[in-house]
Write a protein of this length. Structure first.
Length: 274
């Protein structure tokens, strides 16, 4: 079993490197704090984890906290503690020497997810539930720009953004509000062409990949990757079928342009075109 998992890792890394050398000329660029701002550090087991939202990141942070001795079990850690507790250090918090030392000697890993599925998961989480950041900041701007005859109430609250409007915003070169980590490219979040990741896990094979990774770093045997869904736990996880229902609301050209938008992620992580 381990043998086949090692082989899968070799193949994923090879595809990633080939894509980088084919499309990116900047593989000799200097790594700056900006490039490592999404990377979390666990010094005890010497792990660097690049956070990709909607690909198991809350549970990965729980695992890092347990490895670090900050909690005895992943079950004990609340969502807000994970994301706002500042218990985990980020790589950009170290000086130049500290950054390079860790990049050169720690096990670097990231977990990814099929881009459209990740996008729909982010949309459902941020726009279909009450949210006192995404509705006023993104929702208002999206509704006022893309909805014809929007009601005063919708413009005031920013609630009720439709998926089609969200996609219009995403594909707009003159976006009314900036990018957000929840729908940015993995390519931009984790700089895989600059940073040579040792381990590439996939959300689709999370349990197997995660427990293989924990085995590789010599984690305590009783530590396994948590299976629970972190937010809106009563709601079904975003699946391929649910993703198709959302994308069915778009025109063929919007679907194609969405694919083009995530083209590098599709290529680099070997996901087939939906």
């Amino acid at each position: 079993k381990w043998k086949s998992l090692y082989q899968i890792q070799r193949e994923r890394k090879q595809i990633m490197r080939e894509t980088c050398s084919k499309y990116k000329s900047n593989n000799r660029r200097i790594i700056t704090p900006y490039h490592v701002s999404r990377i979390f550090v666990e010094d005890k087991y010497r792990v660097l984890y690049c956070e990709v939202p909607k690909a198991g990141c809350s549970n990965w942070k729980r695992v890092l906290m347990v490895l670090n001795g900050l909690a005895s079990s992943t079950k004990d850690i609340q969502h807000n503690t994970v994301h706002y507790g500042n218990y985990l250090k980020r790589l950009d918090g170290f000086d130049h020497k500290g950054i390079y030392h860790r990049l050169n000697s720690y096990t670097k890993m990231l977990f990814i997810r099929e881009p459209f599925e990740k996008l729909v998961s982010a949309f459902r989480d941020k726009f279909e539930h009450p949210n006192n950041y995404y509705h006023p900041v993104f929702g208002k701007a999206i509704i006022s720009r893309y909805r014809v005859n929007a009601t005063k109430e919708a413009l005031r609250t920013g609630s009720g953004v439709k998926f089609k409007e969200f996609i219009q915003y995403l594909l707009d070169v003159h976006r009314p509000v900036g990018m957000d980590i929840h729908w940015d490219h993995v390519n931009r979040l984790c700089s895989p062409c600059l940073i040579d990741y040792d381990f590439v896990g996939k959300f689709e094979s999370m349990e197997e990949d995660a427990n293989f990774f924990l085995h590789l770093i010599g984690a305590p045997q009783n530590l396994t990757f948590p299976k629970f869904k972190d937010r809106h736990s009563d709601e079904e996880r975003t699946t391929t079928k649910i993703t198709q229902q959302y994308f069915a609301q778009l025109s063929p050209s919007q679907r194609q342009r969405s694919y083009d938008f995530y083209y590098m992620d599709y290529l680099m992580f070997n996901y087939s075109k939906p």
